[in-house]
Each structure stands twice: as structure tokens, then as C-alpha cells.
Design a protein around this ligand. Structure first.
Ligand SMILES: Nc1ncnc2c1ncn2[C@@H]1O[C@H](COP(=O)(O)OP(=O)(O)OC[C@H]2O[C@@H]([n+]3cccc(C(=O)O)c3)[C@H](O)[C@@H]2O)[C@@H](O)[C@H]1O
Ligand SMILES: Nc1ncnc2c1ncn2[C@@H]1O[C@H](COP(=O)(O)OP(=O)(O)OP(=O)(O)O)[C@@H](O)[C@H]1O
Ligand SMILES: [Mg+2]
Length: 276
């Protein structure tokens, strides 16, 4: 990666994360739907599996799954789109999640509470003598366990129905490594690759999604001690700033440096395991 010139590093990041200079929502919907349909046909899989949280990323990806499954079927193939509701106990924004799932029009909705599995892991770790530096540190780590339990549930369904797991990673999360490694970061297909957050929203709008869900404040919602914490509070930069950075628009020096540093520090999350 380009040495000390942050603008050169930024250009390299934009290229590596595949963020194109121009954007047309309708064309992107067609291209990404075709991608999902092609992967279904070429892999021999017959289902797309996706966790629906109530956030805009999964709502958008879910609607693309619907369109892709329809496209395969229209060509005489077999395909279904299975949405998974994966709350930790009762979800705080249950109504949003139900409406988002409904908008994506899945063939089936499977609801799996990840709390028993996540809590059992926490209990077994405590019984083994594992302790954490603070209650906050423990809560943060166990938040990632919740994300990984969602991954386990989705792969259990994929394995049983010859399905492929769809992930929602996009450029505005990839640049900061803002996902759980082998949790929500683990998937077979990532149809939102290269999109900034505002472009994800533009696609959702073009698809006809409910406006309040399109504009909803992004949250990972993993920490029990900070429910619904906005991503931007955790990141220290706004999605507007991240998007401007990725779309080559003017950004403050502070944003430029923070994002280049963060991209470098999280390289391991975007790569295969490191080998000798
Ligand atoms: N240099 C290095 N080379 C190779 N591996 C390295 C490494 N540094 C850490 N690691 C490994 O990576 C682990 C840390 O990564 P990880 O476990 O992911 O943990 P971490 O990156 O610390 O936390 C995940 C972050 O993503 C956020 N998140 C998660 C899920 C969804 C969303 C969302 O946007 O909705 C956001 C979450 O709120 C949190 O801030 C370490 O425990 C270690 O095993
Ligand atoms: N409660 C949940 N139920 C089902 N899937 C979930 C849940 N929480 C997270 N996920 C899965 O993990 C992915 C990553 O979460 P993330 O918060 O980045 O996306 P989002 O919630 O769809 O959108 P936003 O980032 O705007 O909140 C989601 O897109 C979804 O596939
Ligand atoms: Mg979310």
C-alpha cells in the first residue's frame, strides 16, 4: 500500500474496495441481482440464506435475493430465498425487523433466538476460568459471540437446504473493518460489495423500501450494556465522512488519516488467515 502519502493510500483503498466513480441505482440492482442468480445456477445451490436485522443493509440485500430467486425460477430453475430472524432474546426494534423482513418477501422466514447458544458459550467460558479486564470488555467480546452465533445458525440452514449464505458487507464497513471476523464477516456471497452507505440507501429507495427503514440509524446492536449504540458513536467518524472518502470527495485531514490508519490496522479482517 502507498507509503506516507494519504491521498495515494486513499486511491488504493478505493480501488481495492471496488468503489466505482459513477453510480446508477437501477443498473446496480440489475448487475447485483444477475450476480446472485448466476452464482445460484453455477453452484447448483437452490437457496439464498440471509439474516434480516431491521437495518438497511440486510433489507436491501434481502430484496436483491428475492429478485435473484425469481430470476432463476423464471428460467426454469429451482431457487428460494430464506430470511432468518436472529434476535438475541426479544429484539429492541422488533417491529422494524418484522417490516424489513416483510418488504424483502422471503419464501420462508426462520426465527432462531441466538441467546441460548450465546449465553451457553459465555457460561462455559466463565466455568473454564476465563475472565475479562472489565464488564465493558466482556460485553464487547460476547457481542462478537452473538454475531458468530448468527453465522452458525445461517450455515446450519445452508447446509441443510443446499443454500448459500449471503453477507451484507459493503465498502463503508469494509474500510473500517467494522464487522465481526468470522461472524457477520463470514458469508458465501456478498452482493453489496463496493457500495458506500448512501449508495446502499439509494438502492433500497429505488427498490421501494419503507422510507424510515431506508434512513434508519445504523447499529451493530451487539452490546447488552449499550443497546442500539449507533455505529457512528463507535467509529468516531460519520458514514457521510466515510462515503465522501470512498467516493473521492473532499474530506477533512482528520478523516483521511483516521480511515487510512484504520484500513491498515484491519487488513487481517479482509484477508484469508495468515500463513507462514
Ligand atoms: N494483526 C492481526 N492479524 C491477524 N489477526 C488479528 C490481528 N489483530 C487482531 N486479530 C484477530 O481479530 C480478532 C478481532 O476481530 P473481531 O473478533 O472481529 O473483533 P473486533 O474487530 O475487535 O470487533 C468487531 C467490531 O465490529 C463491530 N461490528 C460487528 C458486527 C457487526 C457490525 C455492524 O456494522 O453491524 C459491527 C463491532 O461492534 C466491533 O466494534 C482478534 O481477537 C484476533 O483474533
Ligand atoms: N438481529 C439480527 N437478526 C438477523 N440478522 C442480523 C441481526 N443482527 C445482525 N444481523 C446480520 O448481520 C448483518 C450485519 O449487521 P449490520 O448492522 O452491519 O447490517 P444491518 O443491520 O442490515 O444494517 P445497518 O448497518 O444499517 O444497521 C446484518 O445485515 C444481518 O444480515
Ligand atoms: Mg444493524
Amino acid at each position: 500500500m502507498a507509503g506516507d502519502d494519504p491521498q495515494a493510500a486513499r486511491r488504493e483503498i478505493i480501488r481495492e474496495l471496488e468503489v466505482p466513480p459513477a453510480f446508477d441505482a437501477r443498473a446496480e440492482i440489475d448487475r447485483r441481482t444477475a450476480f446472485l442468480a448466476d452464482r445460484l445456477r453455477e453452484s447448483g445451490a437452490t437457496a439464498l440464506i440471509l439474516g434480516i436485522s431491521g437495518g438497511v443493509d440486510s433489507m436491501t440485500a434481502g430484496r436483491l435475493c428475492r429478485l435473484a430467486a425469481d430470476r432463476v425460477r423464471a428460467g426454469g430453475g429451482t431457487a428460494e430465498y430464506i430470511a432468518m430472524r436472529l434476535p438475541y432474546r426479544v429484539q429492541r426494534d422488533e417491529d422494524d425487523a418484522a417490516r424489513a423482513a416483510g418488504f424483502t418477501a422471503p419464501d420462508r422466514i426462520l426465527t432462531v433466538d441466538v441467546a441460548p447458544a450465546a449465553d451457553a458459550a459465555a457460561g462455559a467460558l466463565a466455568a473454564a476460568g476465563m475472565t475479562y479486564a472489565s464488564a465493558e470488555s466482556q460485553d464487547f467480546v460476547l457481542g462478537n459471540v452473538k454475531a458468530r452465533q448468527r453465522m452458525i445458525a445461517q450455515y446450519a440452514v445452508a447446509g441443510g437446504v443446499r443454500g448459500l449464505v449471503v453477507g451484507t458487507d459493503h465498502a463503508a464497513e469494509a474500510v473500517t473493518g467494522f464487522f465481526t471476523k468470522f461472524g457477520d464477516g463470514a458469508a458465501d456471497l456478498v452482493p453489496l460489495t463496493g457500495l458506500t452507505k448512501r449508495r446502499v440507501r439509494a438502492i433500497a429507495r429505488e427498490l421501494g423500501a419503507p422510507d424510515d427503514l431506508v434512513r434508519k440509524t445504523p447499529t451493530a446492536d451487539l452490546e447488552s450494556l449499550a443497546p442500539g449504540k449507533p455505529d457512528e458513536a463507535a467509529l468516531g467518524v460519520t458514514y457521510e465522512e466515510i462515503d465522501d472518502f470512498l467516493e473521492g470527495l473532499p474530506v477533512e485531514e482528520r478523516v483521511l488519516t483516521a480511515l487510512v490508519d484504520r484500513y491498515r490496522a484491519t487488513a487481517h479482517k479482509r484477508a484469508l488467515p495468515i500463513a507462514p
